[in-house]
Design a protein around this ligand. Structure first.
Ligand SMILES: C[S@@+](CC[C@H](N)C(=O)[O-])C[C@H]1O[C@@H](n2cnc3c(N)ncnc32)[C@H](O)[C@@H]1O
Length: 212
């Protein structure tokens, strides 16, 4: 059954929300000042902690948080945010024309793992579609979210091997991996379970698979 993200926010059932930006994002921004400027897209931004962090660290950036759940976007918009941060309800897989080919950066954090594994190639194409040719995807990918009762097939977050992740992005012909490593800082329960990756979008055309 697909996840009803709107219902999860309405029912205050959002355990992924840590009430603060991802620590690895804060560290990356501190170590790369002046890098994540221009237009930045944060798909599946939830309550927008990462959006506000990027907009605050890089005042010349123009950061857009996108989420399919109207309640998340309403809550994010109500929180204090700098003028260069904005939020919009939208589906990453059905990007509005004004959001296609517009972003120099995409920041990924627990959107990829929220998507059904069958939709991973669509995710790769959707992110590529949002980026300018040569634009960058920086992401902290939650590869191993399984513990206790949460097993593969049990709904999001969905785990992914590093090999599959690299294969999906690189074999699409749309991305090259620039850097990849275990983040040096994260939430305590995610230690060693994530991968911080910087990828660059190629200049290849984005083709959709034929409809059957
Ligand atoms: C696990 S939550 C992570 C939220 C946020 N990144 C965080 O870490 O707090 C996944 C988010 O992706 C959003 N989402 C799921 N499918 C989406 C889609 N197709 N387009 C945009 N957002 C989507 C959900 O509404 C949810 O807010």
């Amino acid at each position: 059954m697909p996840t009803d993200w709107e219902a999860r926010y309405r029912n205050a059932d959002a355990p992924w929300d840590k009430g603060a930006p991802h620590p690895a994002l804060l560290r990356w921004l501190a170590m790369h000042p002046g890098r994540m400027t221009e237009r930045v897209l944060v798909p599946g931004c939830g309550l927008g902690h990462d959006v506000r962090a990027i907009a605050t660290a890089e005042p010349t950036s123009d950061v857009l948080g996108l989420d399919i759940a109207p309640s998340a976007i309403a809550a994010a918009s109500r929180l204090d945010h700098p003028a260069n941060a904005a939020f919009v309800v939208g589906d990453l897989f059905d990007l509005a024309p004004e959001h296609r080919g517009r972003f120099a950066w995409v920041w990924e954090h627990t959107c990829f793992c929220a998507i059904d594994p069958d939709g991973r190639d669509d995710y790769v194409r959707a992110v590529a579609r949002s980026l300018l040719p040569g634009g960058h995807l920086l992401g902290v990918f939650y590869l191993d979210p399984y513990r206790g009762d949460h097993r593969p097939g049990g709904g999001p977050p969905h785990g992914c091997s590093l090999e599959e992740l690299a294969m999906r992005f690189v074999q699409s012909g749309l991305f090259a991996i620039v850097e990849s490593g275990v983040p040096s800082i994260t939430y305590p329960e995610r230690d060693g379970r994530e991968r911080l990756m910087l990828m660059q979008r190629s200049r290849a055309m984005i083709t959709d698979p034929p409809t059957r």
